[in-house]
Each structure stands twice: as C-alpha cells, then as structure tokens.
Design a binder for this molecule. Structure first.
Ligand code: ATR
Length: 279
C-alpha cells in the first residue's frame, strides 16, 4: 500500500490531495495508493521526512516553506533541483531520498507553446521565480527578472546566470538572463508573475510595473497566484488579447509530473484538472 503526501506549513488549503487521489483512482490504483496532507513546522521537517519510508511512503510533494530544506536533505537530486536549489518532489527508494523539481517542468508544460527563443519576463525573486527562470532558460528562452527588491533579482541573476555558472557553457547564456529595473512590457512574448501580489486582493497594476493595456499582441501571461476564478492580472491580460495561464494549471502539470515519477504511469490530466478546480 504505497503512501504519498504533500508536506507543507500550512497545508490544509492544498488541492493536491483531491487532485492526486482522483488521479490514482482513475489509474486503477485507488485501492492500493493513497495521498494525504501532512502539516509540519520547519524545525521538524527533516526528521519527519527521514521517518516516512518506514511508514510506507513511496514519495512526497513538498510545498511552502519546505522546498529548500527538501533539496538539502536529499541523497541525490535532479539537475533542475540542483540548479534551482529547491525540490517539490521526493522519491524514497532503496534507502535513499531523491529530489526533483517538477515546478519547473510544470510551468513549461502549462504554456500553450514552447518558449524557445522567446523574450520572457519573470516578476518576483522567491523560490517560484528561481524555478521559472531556470526552466525558461533550460528551454532556450531569454529571461529578464524584475523584483520589487532589486537585490534579490540580482541574486538570482548571479546564481543562475552569472559568469561562474556559465563558464563551461556558451557566452550567450550570460546575456540571456538579466535582472531588470525598467522594462517595456510589450517586448515580452511571455510574462510570468511569481510574486504574491493578488493573493490578498492587491491590484497588480498598482503593485507591479505593468499596464493593463501594455501586453504585446499574442503574449502569454502566467499568474502563479490562484484563488476562486481568474485573477485581476489574468482577466486584464485576456481582455487585451493575451493568452492567460493560471496557477491551477501549473499545479496540475507539476502534480502530473510528480505522479509520473512515483508511478511510472501516464497521468490523467483531465481528471486532475477537474479535481483541482473542485469539479
Ligand atoms: P516564493 O513563494 O516564490 O518563494 P517569496 O520569497 O515569499 O516567494 O517572495 C514573494 C515574492 O513576492 C517576492 O518577490 C516579493 O518581493 P520582495 O522580494 O520585494 O519582497 C514579492 N511581493 C510580495 N508582495 C509584493 C508587493 N506588494 N509588490 C511587489 N512584489 C511583492
């Protein structure tokens, strides 16, 4: 009876248990596998994770605020998790903890088309921004990072795109990731909001340097903030003719990638999407 879970703090609001249990049932695994939510404070996180394999867990998702700690305690990790410095998916196998980051692949999978060669803007400089910036560059996009606190955007630039990391790679990699203070919104084919703006009703067109009417034709706008219905940012983007991608779609796609890692099976995306929307 393999067990799975999402570990967070808090975690009661998470849609992952409903989504993953629906997926397990659709795959015919509902009688064997189960997916639960575990709330644990940061100081108890590592000890809890170490104890999970003995309790029948095959793996877990990890969410805020444990993603960095999850990466740090792993015995082995994927290249993405290493470069991002955070993990949202752990696999317990042969006495080892393996770390993956499916937030990165989940973002890419949620896009209507490949971002290869696109000019993209990432707003924010927390863990979600690092994952987005790494994922977009790995797909061959040029990435500009803007953050309210500029020094944090510079830090991502240094860590993901600075000369040390790019030394073995080609020079263009260094040019392709920039921290920006000012920008022309209409230059971007893709804009990804990873900031918390909108979470508590903030107006993105007040808090962020974006204009309602400033989206380029055919732009794609991703808002990782999700609540009930489309966010103010996504409503404005859609009204301006841009393609809107919401945080629930990213939740679905990252969850699907995690499920594939644990089970080796093709995730039922439609079932997961419906469950994540509470349908
Ligand atoms: P994550 O959850 O992605 O790891 P975090 O570290 O909690 O992120 O950071 C949240 C992000 O939202 C930060 O980029 C933060 O900007 P600062 O680095 O300047 O704090 C951003 N953020 C939160 N509230 C904001 C606001 N009102 N205006 C602009 N940015 C905001």
């Amino acid at each position: 009876m393999p067990r799975l879970a999402v570990i967070g703090h808090p975690v009661a609001h998470s849609r992952s248990p409903a989504m993953q249990n629906a997926a397990l049932r659709a795959l015919g695994l509902g009688e064997e596998w189960s997916y639960e939510a575990i709330d644990v404070a940061p100081e108890a996180f590592a000890e809890l994770v170490r104890a999970l394999p003995a309790e029948g867990f095959a793996g877990v998702n990890v969410t805020v605020p444990h993603k960095t700690a999850a990466f740090a305690l792993a015995d082995a990790s994927s290249e993405g998790a290493q470069r991002i410095g955070a993990a949202n998916t752990l696999v317990f196998e042969a006495g080892q903890v393996q770390a993956h980051n499916t937030d990165a692949g989940g973002l890419i999978a949620s896009l209507p088309r490949s971002p290869r060669g696109a000019r993209t803007l990432v707003l924010g400089a927390g863990g979600a921004a690092r994952a987005a910036a790494w994922a977009l560059r790995a797909e061959g996009a040029a990435v500009d990072i803007w953050n309210r606190t500029e020094a944090r955007a510079q830090q991502i630039h240094l860590e993901l795109g600075g000369p040390d990391q790019a030394r073995e790679a080609v020079d263009i990699e260094v040019r392709d990731l920039r921290a920006v203070v000012e920008f022309d919104q209409s230059d971007y084919e893709l804009i990804v909001n990873t900031t918390a703006v909108g979470l508590h009703g903030e107006d993105p067109f007040v808090e962020l340097p974006l204009r309602r009417d400033g989206f380029g034709p055919g732009a794609v706008v991703v808002d990782m903030v999700y609540g009930e219905g489309p966010s103010t940012l996504l409503r404005a983007a859609a009204a301006a003719g841009a393609t809107a991608v919401d945080g629930i779609e990213i939740l679905v796609q990252q969850g699907a990638l995690s499920l594939r890692i644990w089970t080796g099976l093709e995730p039922p995306l439609d079932v997961m999407r419906a469950a994540a929307h509470g349908i």
